[in-house]
Write a protein that binds this ligand. Sequence first.
Ligand SMILES: *[C@@H]1O[C@H](CO)[C@@H](O)[C@H](O)[C@H]1NC(C)=O
Ligand SMILES: *[C@@H]1O[C@H](CO)[C@@H](O)[C@H](O)[C@H]1NC(C)=O
Length: 354
Amino acid sequence: MKRCLIGGCVVIVLVLIAFALGAWALVSITPPPSKRCGTPGGPPITAPRIRLSDGRHLAYQEHGVSRQNATFKIIFIHAFATFRRDAVIAHNVPPGFLEKNGIYVVSYDRPGYGESDPHPRRNERTLAYDVEQLADQLQLGSKFYVVGYSMGAQAVWGVLKYIPHRLAGATLLCPVVNSWWPSFPDSLTWELWNKKSITERFGMLVTHNTPWLLYWMNADKQLQKSAVMHSNPKLLCPTDMAILPKFAAREAYKNQTTQQGVYESLVRDTIVGFGKWSFDPMKIENPFPKGEGSVHLWQGDDDRVVPVQLQRIIPQKLSWIKYHEIPGAGHLFPMADGLAETILKALLPIPQSS
Ligand SMILES: *[C@@H]1O[C@H](CO)[C@@H](O)[C@H](O)[C@H]1NC(C)=O
Ligand SMILES: *[C@@H]1O[C@H](CO)[C@@H](O)[C@H](O)[C@H]1NC(C)=O
């Protein structure tokens, strides 16, 4: 009887240990909750926001002429580790350019960035419907333009796939590519894969296959470090270096970028960017079969973040994309003198004389 009791105790202790270990494992793989804007202890709400159908909010900022008076309405989708205040396309045109041409630009915080609520289930599809709801609540009309920069292109591909009928035109600026998109030739993806370091490959494999392990792997801390891209010379080509001084303007507001937490902003971006997609972008159909609009892809041939070799495959597969390769340009070219204007003039049917 006594032996039995001792045995029972041992079993109970073992069960408790197992529970404790399980709880510890769960805690160590579960990211801390985000510090949501407007909640006690969270950052303040300073920007206008819309409320989406699922209750989340999106914060936005408007540039150029009023939307009521605009000839052209553009939704700008920001890059990795930046937010609505980094609307490069609106900030880097000559003064008066937007007004003279009747251009309205709205930039918004993608979920988890700046003052937009996080969205742990976000993906290339939900991002597209966020864009559509933003357009509808701001009453931009039945058709609008989208411009997405780098990681922001996730949403542009989503828009091209899921709501192409809402588009007047679209521009992808050095869009991040995902080596797992089925249309990339295996030989090329392997060649580029083999050039990556062991750490990079391991990180990519976990992000693609078991993203729930990322928090346990400290991905948030690592990404926070690498997010300061402009301090990582490995990712910058000489023309990027020349653009760096323009980042000084960010100093005043850059700490708002990931103020709600790094996991739901930066880590979530990589999980979508390098994850398993619900469609292959290189199988998307031409949104403008009658030529009523155009889709542009801009890429520098010295980009050290997004490999030009993979990017070149996309216009080969999608003949309706107008591909612009810029010699000597890296990943920061939308901020180079004159480029934003050139990019907008290619997208919008504005009179040549302006
Ligand atoms: C639209 O343009 C008109 C004429 O230039 C101007 O009077 C009006 O204030 C503008 N409306 C808005 C909302 O900006
Ligand atoms: C950002 O910096 C400003 C001034 O440097 C400070 O007042 C503000 O509290 C900071 N915000 C966050 C979220 O750290």
